[in-house]
Design a protein around this ligand. Sequence first.
Ligand SMILES: Cc1ncc(COP(=O)(O)O)c(CNc2co[nH]c2=O)c1O
Length: 400
Amino acid sequence: MHVYLDNNATTMVDPAVTEAMIPFFSEIYGNPNSLHRYGTASHPAITKAINQMYKAINASDNDDIIFTSCATESNNWVLKSVWVDKILNGDKNHIVTTEVEHPSVLSTCRFLEEQGVKVTYLPVNDQGIVEAHTLRSFITDKTALVSVMWANNETGMIFPIKEMGQICKERGVLFHTDAVQAVGKIPVDLQNVHVDFMSMSAHKFHGPKGIGALYIRNSEALTPLLHGGEHMGGRRSGTLNVPYIVGMGKAIELATQNIEEKMALIRAKRDRLEDALLAQLEDVFTVGSRENRTPNTILISIRGVEGEGMLWDLNNALIGASTGSACASEDLEANTVMLAIGADHELAHTGIRLSLSRFTTDAEVDYVIESFTKAVARLRAISSSYAKVQPTPGGKAAEC
Ligand SMILES: Cc1ncc(COP(=O)(O)O)c(CNc2co[nH]c2=O)c1O
């Protein structure tokens, strides 16, 4: 049985999305900027996709939603262009973000530090999130932007974006959220949450890879990252990727339709899997409370079992998962998020991320429970470092 449980990395394109995209590869393929019929023929589909995007996040007509090549571009665009607009050409010099952002935010912030920008990386608590109130003491009159992810890609932990957006609004500071792991997984209602910029990525909710978007509230001015061609009203140049725009619109419509019902179905499977692993294995714990986690994600730490080794054992059982930790040459890097929440270095090497989707079946969950527990037993039997630790009083290793 093949089981794909790495949906936080990327998802399968929903067959209905593929079907919607196909006509725009070889039937309606004109350049949308062309004035002739072959170009204008794609306009209704582009308009429909844009409307699907607006509806899915409850954006208002005054807002902009600009298609990009990916969320990495969207994140780079906001950070670098706020730097140009508010720091190079303004009186600000400071950006606030968190320690556990995606590399497309963290690496861009480190680049900006090399250009002289002051960047504050907010620490996370033992749940892996930043509490909203801590933001207040780090915002200064020189702060140009606060950038905090809506949900973390490794833990699934959901950040208090509504509260943080309110603080930024009160202080007159621009607020960006990388919502890649939230859109299509949990409700995102921008009439109810104040953000100035929001990054999205289609391949996280069963759309194609290579298309993302940036939401801009009230069409806020933002220097383009890409110039030339005046596409998207001059906000982002480059010939529109019509099939992928159509795909993103269809995917976000499907992902957000009856989202509460979809969340409940995915959460039930995730919780059954998590409960079984915690019940059947000793010296394991999962990161973060389920109540404050995206419904599809488990980050489980298995004492005495190297994450990469577990990954390959699962791979041999035809199960696709991830560790979240990057391997560098023969030295494995510890999971940075687990280090950030306070796990010791040994434990931070043992994280396995399991991320389900609406296509995950009960039979697949049963197969993963059986395969996962067998793999742990096999690897612990040959582990030189695993010494059965005394279970915490009252039984299993506590949830972190
Ligand atoms: C929070 C977050 N932001 C940005 C990105 C980048 O999006 P893209 O540029 O459209 O691909 C990712 C991809 N996250 C992951 C990619 O692989 N494993 C992951 O967790 C992400 O999880």
